[in-house]
Design a protein around this ligand. Sequence first.
Ligand code: ATP
Ligand code: MG
Length: 274
Amino acid sequence: MAPSDAPTTSLPNPYYFPMARIFCVANQKGGVGKTTTTVNLAAGLSKVGQRVLVVDLDPQGNATMGSGIDKRTLELTVYDVLLENASISEVRQRKDSVGYDVVGANRELAGAEVELVELERRDQRLKTALAAVDAEYDFVLIDCPPSLSMLTLNGLCSAHGVIVPMQCEYFALEGLSDLVNTIKQVHANLNPALKIIGLLRVMFDPRITLQQQVSEQLKSHFGSKVFDTVIPRNVRLAEAPSYGLPGVVFDPASKGAQAFVAFAQEMVSRIDTM
Ligand code: ATP
Ligand code: MG
């Protein structure tokens, strides 16, 4: 809904957001499902009528490729946004096949890490750039790299919250403490709006007892911060990126796609309490 269509009544309308909700998908552990979560949540949100921008903040460019954009042929990327060579309006690409806009990334972004160190407001670059477009979206999802680097810091400084995908494995809780501490520090010093929105259990296999146990541990530690939706391990989600599509678009009937659409609905319904 465009801002001008905002209802005049004072009743809260869950579908009217004056500005985009900006979320980082982060976990410093590699290969836990951040990019899969970013592109499938984006596609799921688009499916339920939300306007979505995905920002790829990882030099691997997996969210870019997984949204059907060839990272090798990009002329402008998020690197140009961070160095203030270009605006998001100039960099973003619309992919009708996936239903959301993308600010792409490629390996050039790895250089930004070093170049930003010299610059002023180095952790606020993405935030400033997003402010110019956030009224055009309901959700902005930022796919973070597997590190707590200057790139991730730019994501955390821009966001209202963090979505943490995690596998229910033995060391999962241990790995979480570094991320939680970083989020606390950013909250205290750089971005008071930042909080953990929720932990998303991904690649879940209910037949594995250990996964059930860790899932229960997560719920007892983090309570309502654990999303109700659980993403199952599903091969269609893993196959989809090679077709340049999120699983939600590639095979909407698959269990994985259905779970991500349910997760998108959970996000929309939780939005008023965030
Ligand atoms: P990185 O830290 O390298 O950025 P990541 O956290 O973004 O990784 P993904 O790339 O999303 O993780 O996922 C890692 C691998 O697991 C990929 O091959 C992906 O296709 C696969 N995968 C992710 N989620 C699922 C799932 N629910 N079921 C099956 N395979 C999955
Ligand atoms: Mg990734």
